[in-house]
Design a protein around this ligand. Structure first.
Ligand code: KIV
Ligand code: ZN
Length: 515
C-alpha cells in the first residue's frame, strides 16, 4: 500500500503534557512499542531538555524502537538541540524537532524578540541541527495566529536552512477549518521552495476543531499530521490519531489517501494509553469510546440486526474490537431482547417471551443498563413460573432504628388475594412470617444469601434460600433491584415448590383412600 499521509504521533510528548498524564520511562517504552505495532511513522518521544527523566525516556525509546522515526523536541537553542541529538542519536531513524513562536503575541510577551530576531534564530537553529542530523523539523509555534507574510518568510528560510519537514501548529486551537485549510493553501502558493519539505500540521482542540482543521489541511496539501492517541494533549488536547486515520480509511473514495496504520491495533493502543496515563476515555469519544459501537434505540438495534451498515459506517473489527454491542436498555425492542437471549443460549416460548419482555421493560425503567445476567434471570423467572402457586402482589415494609420491623404482604392464588401482616427480627424475617401466615405453613430457613448479579450502583440483587418443611428441602431464587423483594421472591419460589409437592401428595393419597 502506498502511504501518502505521514502519521506523527506525539502522545509521549504533547500527550504527556496533558494535566496528570505523566509517564515514566518504562511506561513510555511500553506505549512506544505499541505505537510501533500500530504502524505510526514518527514517534515524538519527549522533550529531552525539559527534564533528566524525559531525556532518559527519549534515549530509551531511541534505543529500543525499530521501525518508526524517533523524534525529540527542542527549543531553538544550541543546548536543547545538543541534548535532543544526544537523546535520539542511537535510533536508526531519528529526528530533531525545533520550535520557535512566530505570532505577534508570543514574540512580544513571551520571547520579547522582533520578527527579524525570530527569523534569524530559526534559520540558525535549523542549520545547527542539520549539521548534527539529516532529518530536521521546524515548527513556527502559534502559526495560525501569525502574520501570513512573516510566516511565509519563516517557512522559506527554514527550508533553505535544511528543514525537511515544516510543521504548522494551531497551538491554541483558535483556527476554523476553512481558514486553516486556506493557510496551508496559501503557503503552497506563496513559499517558493515549499516542495522541498513535507508540510505538516499540529492542531489543538480548544474549540473542538482539531480533527476538522487537520483534515482541512490535508485537503489543501499537508502530508504529515501530528496527533495523539485518544486526542490526549495540552489543555483540550490534540487532534486524535484514531479519528484522522479512520476518517481517511472510511472515506477513502473521497480523500484517496492512505496511512500506514494497522487500524486493528487502534483499540488496544487506546486502552493502553488510557490505563498508563490514568486519563479515562469519554464514553462517546469517536472511534474508541465505549459507546462508539453500541446501539440502544430499538429502531437502530432492529436495523443493526438486519444489516449492520444501516447504522455503522465502519466495523468494530476494523479497529480491533470483536463486535458491536446492542446495549439493552429502556429504548430496546423485542428483536434485540430475543437476539440477546439467543446469544446467551436461552430460548423461550412465544408467551414466555412476551412476559419476559414486559418484565424487561419494567426493569429497564429502574436500571440504566441491563446485563446478560439480568436477561438470564428474567428468562429463568418465566421458566420457573409454572410452579408458582402463590404469586407476589405487594410488599410493604416499615423498619428503622428503634422500631420493630413490620411487613404487610399480599399474595394472589387462583385469582384470590390474600393479605397478612407480621413483625420479625428484621424486614426480611417479618416478610417471611407474613407469608407463613398466608400459606398456613411453617418453614425452616436452612440457608439464606443475597448477592449482586450484575454491575453498577443499580445492580440486580439475587437472593437464594433453602427451606425445609414436612420432610422436604427446597431451594428458591429471586431477583430484583430491591433486595427485600428479591428475598421474598426467593422464599416464595421455594415455598411454592414445597406446597406444590405437598398438595400433589395429598391428591394422590385422597385418590388412594377413595379407591
Ligand atoms: O502546540 C504546539 O505549537 C506545539 C509545538 C511544540 C509543535 O506543541
Ligand atoms: Zn502542541
Amino acid at each position: 500500500m502506498k502511504k501518502n499521509i505521514i502519521i506523527f504521533d506525539t502522545t509521549l510528548r504533547d500527550g504527556e503534557q496533558s494535566p496528570g498524564a505523566s509517564l515514566n520511562t518504562k511506561e513510555k517504552m511500553e506505549i512506544a512499542q505499541q505505537l510501533s505495532a500500530l504502524g505510526v511513522d514518527v514517534i515524538e518521544a519527549g522533550f529531552p531538555a525539559s527534564s533528566p527523566g524525559d531525556f532518559e525516556a527519549v534515549m530509551s525509546v531511541a534505543k529500543g524502537i525499530k521501525g518508526p522515526v524517533v523524534c525529540g523536541l527542542a527549543r531553538a537553542i544550541k543546548k536543547d538541540i545538543d541534548l535532543c541529538f544526544d537523546a535520539v542519536k542511537t535510533a536508526k531513524k531519528r529526528r530533531i524537532h525545533i520550535f520557535l513562536a512566530t505570532s505577534p503575541i508570543h514574540m512580544k510577551y513571551k520571547l520579547k524578540m522582533t520578527k527579524e530576531d525570530v527569523l534569524q534564530k530559526a534559520r540558525e537553529a535549523v542549520a545547527y541541527a542539520r549539521n548534527l542530523n539529516d532529518d530536521v523539523e521546524f515548527s513556527p509555534e502559534d502559526a495560525a495566529r501569525s502574520d501570513r507574510d512573516f510566516l511565509c518568510r519563516v517557512v522559506e528560510a527554514v527550508i533553505k536552512a535544511g528543514a525537511s519537514t515544516v510543521n504548522i501548529p494551531d497551538t491554541v486551537g483558535y483556527s476554523v477549518p476553512d481558514e486553516f485549510g486556506g493557510l496551508i493553501a496559501e503557503l503552497f502558493n506563496r513559499v517558493p521552495n515549499i516542495n522541498k519539505a513535507t508540510i505538516s500540521v499540529h492542531c489543538h482542540n480548544d474549540l473542538g476543531l482539531a480533527t476538522a482543521n487537520s483534515v482541512s489541511a490535508i485537503l489543501n496539501g499537508a502530508r504529515q499530521v501530528e496527533c495523539t492517541i485518544n486526542g490526549l494533549g495540552e489543555r483540550a488536547g490534540n487532534a486524535s490519531l484514531e479519528e484522522i486515520v479512520m476518517i481517511l480509511k472510511t472515506r477513502k473514495p473521497f480523500f484517496r489517501l492512505d496511512t500506514g496504520i494497522r487500524t486493528i491495533e487502534i483499540s488496544k493502543t487506546s486502552r493502553l494509553v488510557s490505563s498508563l496515563t490514568g486519563v479515562p476515555i469519554q464514553p462517546n469519544k469517536a472511534i474508541v469510546g465505549k459507546n462508539a459501537f453500541a446501539h440502544e434505540a430499538g429502531i437502530h438495534q432492529h436495523g443493526m440486526l438486519a444489516k449492520s451498515l444501516t447504522y455503522e459506517i465502519m466495523t468494530p473489527v476494523s479497529i480491533g474490537l470483536k463486535e458491536s454491542t446492542l446495549v439493552l436498555g429502556k429504548h430496546s425492542g423485542r428483536h434485540a431482547f430475543e437476539s440477546r437471549l439467543a446469544q446467551i443460549g436461552m430460548k423461550l416460548s412465544k408467551d414466555d417471551l412476551e412476559k419476559a419482555f414486559a418484565e424487561f421493560k419494567v426493569l429497564a425503567d429502574k436500571k440504566k443498563e441491563i446485563y446478560d445476567e439480568d436477561i438470564a434471570t428474567l428468562a429463568e423467572n418465566q421458566l420457573s413460573r409454572e410452579i408458582q402457586l402463590y404469586e407476589l402482589k405487594e410488599i410493604k415494609i416499615s423498619s428503622g432504628t428503634g422500631t420493630v420491623p413490620r411487613a404487610s404482604i399480599k399474595l394472589v392464588k387462583d385469582n384470590k388475594t390474600f393479605f397478612a401482616t407480621a413483625t420479625g427480627d428484621g424486614p426480611v424475617d417479618a416478610c417471611y412470617k407474613a407469608i407463613e401466615k398466608i400459606v398456613s405453613e411453617k418453614f425452616k430457613l436452612l440457608d439464606y444469601s443475597v448477592k449482586s448479579v450484575s454491575v453498577g450502583k443499580d445492580a440486580v440483587g439475587e437472593a437464594s434460600v433453602q427451606l425445609s418443611c414436612c420432610g422436604m428441602v427446597y431451594s428458591g431464587r429471586g431477583i430484583s433491584t430491591d433486595v427485600i423483594e428479591a428475598s421474598v421472591k426467593a422464599f416464595l419460589t421455594a415455598a411454592n415448590r414445597i406446597l406444590n409437592l405437598k398438595h400433589s401428595k395429598q391428591r394422590v393419597s385422597v385418590r388412594k383412600n377413595a379407591m
